[in-house]
Write a protein that binds this ligand. Structure first.
Ligand code: SF4
Ligand code: SF4
Length: 448
């Protein structure tokens, strides 16, 4: 039993309490933005292999039509998010600054943009294997930002049995309110998606975990839950990173996912609430993922809110319609803790983009980095009990192998709590990201 739960508070040890900044958008019902003139759809929108294009320049495509097929099991297909003409298949700058292959569609502005879908399929009559295939066919990845192919998560190893599905509705990052709106506005899709996931992984029960700063969600969902308690909803303490898999499992079940193991090793499968709501809507119609709700929020916006946008919508289009009035801004795809800065206004919304955060450049100016004063604040907040101070020291000495072999670098899931509290402004999490990348590269060279 989780000791913290004994006292009625479902939570995990350590973590931080950043200011939420959610009031600006959490009451905004999701609205549709006008369609952009051009859509940019990178072929790589998931962890794993990029999709393979099956269209050619000049071809007319309908919204919802398959335009790139999955390249094996660790890959998902891509569907046209607008009706229009394939303008080109070319390299475009990614949010990270490197180049990636993308399909660019010139939107047919005269089109009604009704979407293409297949014949109805009844998930109740489908086998787990058929459901995993049907989920892959939707092109679904984790919409909470992880972008891990959802069908791969649903393919449970033969030696594991799932007793509980956890549905992550925490949305613990500041500013984000997408999942909050989905849990209020798409309850029937979400519950259908949960039943599909339960059937696919053969789980007898599901728990929706929601932070206690969204109590209206619990009130809205409870009347729709089945009487047999196979699906329940529970409040967890509002604390960052409550939505991380290890933290949420601990908070709700008092169980720990062992280092280096998957949640299935302890009988659990975890899905984001937006992902299951989208599956609940798309799978019965054999429809592909072509749009998503994102939170647009931050500084100097006349119209912040939650918006339904076609995948591939460029940031410039979003800023125009949210009426950005500033001169300069730092743009972040996702939340301030784990989001990714975007350097180009052409950067498109991808499947894993849950928010566009606009921060005034003056407010984001970094203070000078000072030496570590051994205050141990980073140790006190690390939710998985690492030693960020020591890891940071090793990173500056480029001892990346020691970080991995002796200080469990690979357990770090880059939540940023340590950087957040560091009084010396040491960019600890950035050090850890670089160290992991270089270690991966080293291992790749060793194998080659
Ligand atoms: S970024 Fe890594 S080391 Fe830092 S607090 Fe999070 S898990 Fe711990
Ligand atoms: S919080 Fe910063 S200054 Fe304090 S021990 Fe950690 S790295 Fe050093």
């Amino acid at each position: 039993m989780n000791l913290l739960n004994l006292f009625g508070k479902k939570t995990f040890p350590r973590g931080i309490h950043p200011e939420g900044f959610k009031e600006e958008t959490h009451d905004h019902q999701a609205r549709r933005l006008p369609f952009p003139a051009q859509i940019i759809l990178p072929l790589s929108q998931n962890i794993g292999k990029p999709a393979i294009p099956i269209v050619h320049m000049g071809q007319h495509v309908r919204r919802g039509e398959l335009i790139a097929r999955a390249d094996g099991f660790m890959s998902v297909p891509l569907h046209a998010s607008v009706s229009g003409t394939i303008k080109k298949i070319d390299l475009v700058p990614s949010a990270r600054g490197d180049k990636e292959q993308a399909i660019i569609i010139q939107t047919s502005l005269s089109s009604t943009q009704t979407h293409h879908h297949g014949d109805y399929q009844d998930f109740e009559k489908m086998s787990p294997q058929a459901l995993v295939q049907a989920v892959q066919d939707t092109g679904m990845v984790g919409l909470g930002g992880a972008s891990f192919p959802t069908h791969v998560k649903m393919k449970i190893p033969d030696d594991c049995t799932i007793d509980t599905i956890i549905i992550n509705g925490c949305e613990c990052e500041p500013f984000l309110t997408t999942d909050h709106r989905i849990m209020l506005e798409q309850i029937s899709f979400m519950l259908r998606g949960i039943r599909i996931a339960m059937k696919a992984v053969d789980a007898p029960r599901a728990i929706i975990g929601v932070e206690d700063n969204k109590l209206n969600v619990l009130e809205a969902i409870r009347p729709h839950l089945p009487a047999d308690d196979s699906i329940t909803i529970e409040a967890v303490v509002t604390k960052y990173p409550q939505g991380a898999e290890k933290m949420l499992v601990y908070s709700l079940l008092g169980k720990e996912i062992p280092s280096g193991k998957l949640p299935s090793s302890i009988g659990v499968a975890i899905f984001n609430v937006a992902t299951l709501a989208a599956i609940g809507e798309l799978l019965p119609q054999r429809q592909g993922l072509i749009e998503r709700i994102i939170t647009i929020t931050g500084d100097n916006l006349n119209k912040p809110g939650n918006y339904m946008v076609p995948l591939g919508t460029p940031l410039s289009h979003i800023l125009k319609h949210a009426e950005f009035t500033g001169n300069e801004a730092e743009l972040i795809l996702g939340g301030p803790m784990m989001g990714m800065p975007a350097s180009f206004l052409d950067t498109p919304v991808k499947k894993g983009t849950g928010a566009v955060l606009v921060l005034d450049k003056r407010a984001t100016k970094r203070d000078d980095v000072l030496p570590c004063i051994k205050c141990s604040q980073c140790l006190q907040v690390c939710p998985i009990n690492l030693n960020p101070s020591e890891l940071g020291m090793l990173a500056t000495k480029r001892k990346y192998d020691v970080m991995e072999e002796q200080y469990h670098l690979n357990d770090c899931f880059e939540c940023g709590c340590c950087s957040y509290v560091c009084p010396s402004n040491i960019p600890l999490v950035q050090h850890f990201r670089i160290a992991k990348t270089l270690n991966r590269e080293r291992h790749r060279m060793e194998v080659a």
